[in-house]
Design a protein around this ligand. Sequence first.
Ligand SMILES: O=c1ccn([C@H]2C[C@H](O)[C@@H](CO)O2)c(=O)[nH]1
Ligand SMILES: [Zn+2]
Length: 294
Amino acid sequence: MHIRFIDAFASLPALLQSALEPILRHDDFPAMLTAQQVSQLRLETGLDDTALAFALLPLAAACSLTPISHFHVGAVARGISGNLYFGANMEFSGASMQQTVHAEQSAVTHAWLRGETRLASITVNYTPCGHCRQFMNELNSGSELAIHLPDRAVASLGEYLPYSFGPQDLDIATLLMDKVDHGYQTSASDALSQQALAACNQSHAPYSQSHSGIALESDSGKIYGGPYAENAAFNPSLPPLQAALILLNLSGEDCLKIRRAVLIERSDPLVSQLDATRATLSALGCQQLQHISL
Ligand SMILES: O=c1ccn([C@H]2C[C@H](O)[C@@H](CO)O2)c(=O)[nH]1
Ligand SMILES: [Zn+2]
């Protein structure tokens, strides 16, 4: 079992521990459960979907990186496929506060990057902040997304964010998690550049059209892509580096051991990721950033 799960796992109810043990046994548990694994867990534990998602929160929170707050937020997003995706907050010492990733952003982005096309619900161990409510308001599930919190009745995002400002106010119809392919191409044929290109082609940048994507090579040699995800209110936008770091972290890899990165963006973009990406990567101890302009 990955070392980060050991304490949280020990705190789970005995039935859930025995049902999860074969799934978590290996180091490479991807911090998600397929719909089939979820049905099996329900069968073995007697928990319903809602109770199961709550019961998994300690494991999700165990994925957090919190050198600043030491405050562990965990989230579990349910895709329409029935798969569950963990999310956890991530803080980066030596970078600006703005580089922080919230657990809700992590779970949403995790689902998106693993190919989920829409979310049904999200379960969180603390009430989502305003920034997260606004971030989730960009999703194609719209105000229908169900939010489950401890000690509260389930309520929709629309209820958590009344009188909202969103993509429709700026006449934008393509929403976060909609399948897109911007069709950019590059002559760089190495695997890292191609993965960064794929992320760029998947990115959600309807406000600036400054599509971008990154790919990170981890300590183990695996590659993690991160597409940029803009938000109607601009500031809650998630930079491509953060998206890739979410996937790398949830996959059980070390954000402080990134070997190299390729960032791809349009030439002369209205919005550039380059300076912030370089600064945050450098705070993580990685100086190997290649920049490709399309
Ligand atoms: O909705 C919220 C509110 C806060 N945090 C994280 C951000 C930061 O890492 C820590 C303290 O704010 O908690 C979340 O993940 N989600
Ligand atoms: Zn938040």
